[in-house]
Ligand binder design. Structure first.
Ligand code: CO
Length: 330
């Protein structure tokens, strides 16, 4: 049985000094301290400590062997997106990181695959870079769940999704740039509260705006972290759609009827939550995703799915690999 982890992150070991190159501050860079440890910096600010698993494919493959993972799909860490930058700078950065991702995958091309990043603030440039990356070997594109105040129902972003559908490029939506962080100064609350809300907001923006009515069924679209708060609260949305005309004014079908238009990963860290997720989305629409190699990821990749007491064998096999094999045409 093939096991595919479709949600993991990389950072290159080093990259060009983007602040110097573009003459603008606060670009991410790596401050290495030796012994396989580094600090991901944003300008002068310490953003996140990381270990060499994030840049060293040999270490990644060791961990994949340990957890019996056949294929891992790597994506950029969202702090690299640069959506608030001038588009030409974000495009240049995207090309640097996309090419670096393929260098990591070149270590073992059969087992390491990459998704690209694009300058989503410029739809033409985003479409061009997604296509360039796909030609170069990227198996999909990862996008942040919003661009400033624009949600996924933004006309330009819908155009980008239509482009990806027409070019058969799968899309992973990852939450980032979290809402209301000024009220969440401690305890990683932006990751625990705002990230799941961001993902729910993105899914509902597509459903309630009627965007799925304009997007082709061939679009391969996946949301990280089990769809965030969405699956648990879908009943609330259906109830609102039934009883308030302002909820359904742009959405012709019951919100829950759109769950056959997208996928989610399995990163929910709880057997009951995973069971609910498989019931809400269907076992065909959940894919193993670990968020490796970060502390908020699944520490033994695939453990929750493989040892689930209630999912049947067929569903577990679908989630562990068969769904991702189809989604990414591996
Ligand atoms: Co992630």
């Amino acid at each position: 049985m093939l096991k595919v982890d479709m949600h993991s992150h990389f950072l290159p070991e080093t990259w060009p000094d983007l602040a110097q190159r573009f003459g603008t501050p606060d670009w991410p860079w790596m401050r290495h301290s030796g012994n396989g440890r580094a600090m991901l910096m944003r300008g002068d600010e310490e953003f996140r400590p990381v270990t060499e698993a994030v840049w060293n494919p040999a270490v990644r493959l060791e961990h994949m062997d340990r957890d019996n993972i056949d294929v891992q799909i790597i994506s950029a860490t969202p702090v690299l997106f640069g959506y608030a930058r001038p588009p030409e700078q974000a495009l240049a950065a995207a090309q640097i990181f996309n090419d670096a991702a393929l260098e990591i995958c070149a270590h073992n091309p059969a087992r390491l695959k990459a998704m690209s990043q694009v300058p989503l603030q410029d739809i033409d440039a985003a479409c061009t870079e997604a296509s360039r990356a796909a030609r170069n070997g990227h198996v999909g594109v990862q996008i942040g769940n919003h661009v400033g105040l624009k949600n996924l129902d933004d006309e330009g972003i819908v155009t980008f999704l239509q482009h990806c559908a027409s070019e058969h490029i799968p899309v992973l939506v990852h939450p980032w740039d979290m809402m209301a962080t000024e009220r969440m100064p401690k305890y990683m609350l932006p990751w625990l509260v705002a990230m799941p809300a961001e993902t729910q907001l993105s899914i509902l923006s597509l459903i309630l705006s009627g965007a799925f009515e304009r997007l082709p069924r061939s679009l391969k679209l996946c949301f990280a972290h089990g769809g965030g708060s969405f699956p648990y609260l879908l009943g609330r949305v259906d109830n609102a759609w039934r009883h308030r005309d302002i909820v359904r004014e742009d959405c012709p079908q019951l919100p829950s009827s759109y769950t056959d238009r997208f996928y989610v990963d399995s990163a929910v860290f709880n057997a009951g939550a995973l069971k609910l997720l498989a019931e809400v989305m269907g076992g065909e629409r959940v894919m193993l995703g670990s968020d490796y190699p970060f502390p908020l990821g699944e520490q033994q990749i695939g453990d929750l799915v493989a040892n689930h007491p209630e999912l049947d064998t067929h569903t577990r096999q679908r989630i562990l690999g068969a769904n991702a094999r189809e989604f990414f045409a591996l």
